[in-house]
Design a protein around this ligand. Structure first.
Ligand SMILES: NC(=O)c1ccc[n+]([C@@H]2O[C@H](COP(=O)([O-])OP(=O)(O)OC[C@H]3O[C@@H](n4cnc5c(N)ncnc54)[C@H](OP(=O)(O)O)[C@@H]3O)[C@@H](O)[C@H]2O)c1
Length: 323
């Protein structure tokens, strides 16, 4: 059966690498379209053999829904936080389903969903695995983090409309991307830019966090000693995961979806302190910094340095300091 695949965010870091991997694998019988918002992007994609579809952006939900309805598989790699556009994609696939076609939605989420607040709030040392009831956990308090709210809404809407949904949670992604647009990730490049602007590597608080939590079960000594660790994955492994998932769908294999369709990508762990120490080491060796020690910034200092009105200390802590 021929599969029509629609990808969003193809000019971004994740979406670009995913698209490049899809094109390299050449899954038999698939055609790929991409939603883009400029003429230049249309040309870039056409040159790759991808059909560009122009839209005004994530607020353009009428076009988003209508285009999703023309595809069998939608791979969403734009915003993890924009509920309206993600739901429009699932609803469009729901219309496709009504025509008797299969409908699959692969959603890019993120492990910030599971980050705690070790400095400004309460630390949470509980570790979730993708075989746990992640949906149930997210559903307990979806409004606590907008990415979580989108995951829950996507899963519930997919179930209602007969669309198979897959929630992919990449951790910190590193490595240079190979898509047609942005090739840089978010967290480590941002920390590097802040460090260069400060002439010293910076770290949110001490990069270690505080551990005194007893929820949901007593904390073991081993877990107490865990620093602010995040999982990490190279962008090429992330792209290969999406490609593997698409391959399984095309081959008609049974893949866990809906409430059981949460996937964590994990190839190792690193603490925020270790990342900042590495930035300090490279920055000093290249003559950018005098010190090889990271400078600890408190939540307000770190947030002010970022200068992004959409990010307050609560949010920056989850993204650059949590576990
Ligand atoms: N990088 C990571 O380590 C990581 C890990 C987990 C989750 N995530 C999340 O995954 C998502 C994608 O990440 P990324 O690193 O690939 O980001 P990115 O490089 O900034 O790419 C974002 C993509 O979404 C598109 N986009 C953004 N806002 C849009 C809007 N209002 N209307 C239409 N298109 C829009 C961009 O299009 P233009 O090219 O037109 O701007 C671009 O194609 C983000 O929500 C991010 O938080 C990232």
């Amino acid at each position: 059966m021929a599969f029509k695949v629609l990808i969003t965010g193809a000019t971004g870091y994740i979406g670009g690498a995913v698209l490049t991997q899809f094109l390299a694998t050449r899954h038999p019988g698939i055609s790929i379209s991409a939603l883009v918002r400029s003429e230049k992007q249309e040309e870039l994609l056409r040159d790759l053999g991808v059909t560009p579809i122009r839209f005004q952006g994530l607020d353009d939900v009428v076009v988003i829904r209508a285009q999703a309805a023309l595809h069998d598989v939608v791979v969403s790699c734009t915003s993890t936080m924009d509920k309206a556009s993600c739901i429009a994609l699932v609803e469009g696939l729901g219309e496709r389903r009504q025509q008797g076609r299969p409908a699959y939605y692969i959603h890019t989420s993120g492990t910030s969903n599971f980050g705690d607040h070790p400095i400004t709030g309460s630390p949470d040392t509980h570790i979730l695995r993708d075989v746990d009831d992640v949906f149930g956990w997210e559903q307990k308090d979806p409004s606590a983090w907008s990415v979580r709210e989108v995951d829950v809404a996507v899963t519930v809407t997919g179930e209602q409309l007969g669309v198979k949904t897959f929630i992919v949670n990449p951790p910190i992604i590193y490595g240079i991307g190979n898509g047609p647009g942005n090739k840089l990730s978010i967290q480590i490049p941002t920390l590097t830019k802040l460090s260069l602007a400060t002439n010293q590597a910076v770290v949110f608080a001490d990069g270690k966090g505080v551990s005194s939590c007893t929820w949901p079960q007593p904390v073991t000594t081993q877990i107490v000693n865990v620093l602010q660790l995040w999982s990490v994955t190279h962008i090429s492994d992330v792209a290969r995961f999406y490609d593997m998932l698409l391959g399984q769908i095309i081959d008609g294999k049974s893949v866990a979806s809906g409430k059981s369709g949460y996937y964590f990508l994990d190839a190792g762990e690193v603490s925020w302190l270790q990342i900042s120490q590495a930035i300090a080491h490279v920055g000093k060796s290249r003559g950018h910094f005098e010190s090889e020690e990271p400078k600890a910034l408190n939540p307000d200092e770190f947030t002010a340095l970022l200068g992004k009105p959409s990010l307050n200390a609560y949010k920056t802590e989850v993204i650059w300091a949590s576990k």
